[in-house]
Design a protein around this ligand. Structure first.
Ligand code: ADP
Ligand code: MG
Length: 190
C-alpha cells in the first residue's frame, strides 16, 4: 500500500528543450532541469571546420563571442548558464508571470515548481505575446514562440523557460501586462 503510494508520487515524465533536459514529477509538483552538454555536436562541428577551413578558423569557433553569436565553449555550458540565469532572475523578480525556481546547484541542476505545459496543438503564444509586448518579443529566439515554454495557472499565462538573456528585459518591462493573457488568448487562429 505504502509502496504503491510512493510509486505513484514518483511517477515522472521527461521533456527536452533547447539546452535542458527535464524530469517532471507531476504528483510531487516538482521538475528537475539538467543542462544538456552538446559535446558530440561540437566535436563533429570542429572536425568538419578543421577539414574545410583549417585549424585557425576551427579554433576561433571555440573562442569567439559577439553580441548574439557564441563560440562552442559557450554552447557546451549553455544549459548551465540558462539554469543559473533562471534561478537568479526568479530570486530578483519573483514575478507572477514566472514559474518559481526553488533551488539551483550552481546551474548543474535546477528544481522548479511543476506546472503543466501548454500543448503545441492549436496553441499560438507568439502572436498574443507580441501584441502585448508591442513586438519586443520578436527576435528573442524560441522562448516566446513555443507553447511548452508556458503554462496556465490561476487564469493567466506563466512562463516556465526564462533562462535566456534576451527575454529577461522584456519580462521586466511587460511582465504585468503579460498577466492579462489567458489560455483562451492563445488558441490558434488562422
Ligand atoms: N516547471 C515546469 N513544469 C512542467 N514542465 C516543464 C517545466 N519547465 C520545463 N518543462 C518542460 O520541459 C521542457 C524543456 O524545458 P525548458 O525550460 O523549456 O528548457 P530549454 O531552455 O532547454 O528550452 C519545456 O518545453 C516543458 O515542456
Ligand atoms: Mg524551452
Amino acid at each position: 500500500m505504502i509502496f504503491t503510494k510512493i510509486r505513484q508520487k514518483l511517477q515522472y515524465v521527461t521533456a527536452s528543450g533547447k539546452t535542458r533536459f527535464v524530469i517532471a514529477f507531476p504528483e510531487l509538483g516538482l521538475v528537475v532541469k539538467f543542462p544538456i552538454v552538446r559535446l558530440k555536436y561540437v566535436c563533429v562541428k570542429t572536425k568538419k571546420d578543421i577539414k574545410t577551413h583549417g585549424f585557425k578558423v576551427a579554433l576561433s569557433m571555440w573562442t569567439m563571442r559577439s553580441t548574439n553569436l557564441f563560440g562552442h565553449r559557450y554552447k557546451i555550458i549553455e544549459g548551465v548558464r540558462a539554469n543559473w540565469r533562471e534561478r537568479k532572475f526568479w530570486h530578483k523578480t519573483q514575478h507572477r508571470f514566472l514559474c518559481p525556481t526553488l533551488f539551483s546547484l550552481f546551474g548543474l541542476l535546477n528544481i522548479q515548481k511543476y506546472m503543466k505545459p501548454l500543448s503545441i496543438k492549436n496553441t499560438d503564444v507568439g502572436r498574443p505575446i507580441a501584441r502585448v509586448t508591442k513586438g519586443s518579443s520578436f527576435g528573442c529566439g524560441h522562448e516566446f514562440e513555443s507553447p511548452p515554454n508556458f503554462s496556465c495557472q490561476d487564469g493567466h499565462l506563466v512562463m516556465l523557460d526564462y533562462g535566456s538573456i534576451e527575454i529577461q528585459p522584456v519580462i521586466i518591462k511587460f511582465g504585468e501586462k503579460l498577466l492579462c493573457l489567458t489560455e483562451r488568448d492563445c488558441v490558434y487562429r488562422e
